[in-house]
Design a protein around this ligand. Structure first.
Ligand code: AMP
Ligand code: ZN
Length: 432
């Protein structure tokens, strides 16, 4: 049983009181790290004087750059021999950042993942196949330990090797999987290749989709192909990894575990808080971590708080789908565009495949966007007019949303590069 009813349904007042107690402990612990000791010194901040959550406003934000500058041990709040594990970010932008954990940190993280999976209906009777990279990336071991805690039978399949993934699912009757959304599409093509139908030939009933932005439409498409329920799972290595925010059975936003994290949403330009419901950058403070507490960490992820209570009865706030990272934003002819906006539109067009790639080029003084889209094989065996009509239709649909007309190139299904980890959606050739 992993339903921590008391803490998951705590009233907002009690939750805030718990957060304050934990925050005070965290601040004292943080002061033990070389980085925060210096920060507290510089601003004359005394953790012993904190008596409200609002006092946090006096502490400066911590950024990925701060983590890099004080790499690797500048944020450690315990001695090295207290540590039992390290993980790192996927390092898609610059040097990967590292996070260190004590035994208690690992236990706390494991409980969060177990709580999250249990919330969706996963039980000890499930066979859980983890299709994420094991290693420094947190999606492998994080989910692995959480699922074991629930008591499920865990298949540590790791990423890639699609035919073997399918074989494992069939041989051992996998009922729950953890998978990157773009890989779920690729895997469905491999099912076709081996003449199997994911809906009919496997028993998976629950999927955890995480690690990269994906639209509601993409979730629906994946659910349709496989015939399972897919739940959004959000986390980042700096906050342990998975188990930061997770969808409940209502599938309407992700509960962010406020007994473990203090949540703020700020305007990334003014750095001021935005009201609930409005989009901004997610800022998190760890409330229980011992090895490496992080205060007001700017995740760069854009989301919003979904106002109002959730039907499941849990009181922890919900965040909406992640729109992308502030550094994923493309600016073309003065328009701000996120890859997920393009993905969402493409998913709505019948006949369009599931993989795409955005290429940005410089043409004279102008920026040009080329959207390469995979389409079903049938289009290529049909007449050219049909293909041209589809191409035109995609360009028009995209223009309606992103306001600029991209050049659309159609590629036969399977023709674009695929990745076993997070998908690379944008290639920017504009820089000299
Ligand atoms: P890493 O620290 O390498 O595991 O990467 C964490 C980042 O992956 C987050 O900051 C997000 O940008 C992205 N991410 C993780 N889970 C999701 C999700 N469910 N939806 C959208 N983006 C996600
Ligand atoms: Zn809920």
């Amino acid at each position: 049983m992993y339903w921590e009813k008391e803490v998951e349904t705590m009233s907002q007042d009690r939750l805030e009181a718990l957060q304050l107690t934990r925050l005070k402990e965290t601040l004292k612990r943080a002061k033990e790290s070389p980085y925060y000791e210096k920060v507290f010194d510089e601003i004359g901040f005394d953790p012993d004087k904190v008596d409200s959550l609002k006092d946090m406003e006096n502490i400066p934000f911590t950024t990925k750059e701060d983590l890099r500058e004080h790499w690797p041990y500048g944020f450690l709040a315990v001695s090295r021999d207290e540590l039992v594990r390290m993980h790192s970010s996927s390092g898609t932008t610059g040097r990967a950042t590292v996070v260190f954990h004590t035994a208690k940190d690992i236990e706390g993280w494991t409980n969060l993942v177990a709580r999250s999976m249990y919330m969706t209906g996963m039980r000890k009777t499930d066979v859980f196949q983890n299709m994420m990279t094991y290693g420094l990336f947190t999606g492998g071991l994080g989910f692995h330990y959480g699922a074991e805690k629930i008591g499920a039978l865990v298949i540590p399949a790791g990423a890639g090797n699609s035919k073997r993934q399918i074989q494992l699912m069939r041989d051992f009757g996998t009922t729950a999987v953890h998978i990157i959304p773009s890989y779920a599409f690729h895997l469905s093509d491999v099912f076709k290749e081996v003449n199997l139908d994911p809906e009919r030939d496997i028993k998976v009933r629950i999927a955890f989709l995480g690690a990269e932005p994906h639209s509601e439409k993409m979730r629906e498409k994946i659910e349709e192909i496989y015939g399972f329920k897919a739940y959004n799972s959000y986390g980042l290595s700096e906050m342990n990894g998975p188990g930061v925010a997770f969808e409940c059975a209502c599938q309407d936003g992700m509960h962010i575990w406020e007994d473990n994290f203090l949540v703020e949403i700020i305007d990334p330009d003014t750095l001021k808080p935005v009201p609930d419901g409005e989009e901004g950058e997610l800022v998190l403070t760890t409330l229980v971590r011992e090895g490496m507490p992080l205060l007001r960490y700017r995740t760069k992820d854009l989301t919003r708080i979904i106002p109002g209570p959730c039907e499941c009865g849990r009181t922890h706030k919900r965040i909406g789908r992640i729109k992308g990272r502030t550094d994923d934003m493309m600016i073309l002819k003065g328009v701000n565009i996120f890859p997920v906006q393009i993905e969402k539109k493409l998913m709505e067009i019948p006949g369009v495949g599931t993989n795409f790639l955005i290429v940005l080029e410089k043409e004279g003084f102008n920026d040009k966007m080329i959207v390469k889209v995979e389409v079903q094989k049938e289009f290529f065996s049909g007449n050219l007019m049909q293909l041209e009509t589809l191409r035109h239709h995609i360009a028009e649909e995209l223009k309606g949303d992103i306001l600029i007309t991209p050049k659309v190139e159609l590629v036969e299904a399977g023709g674009l590069p695929k990745s076993e980890g997070k998908a690379v959606r944008v290639i920017d050739n504009r820089k000299d």
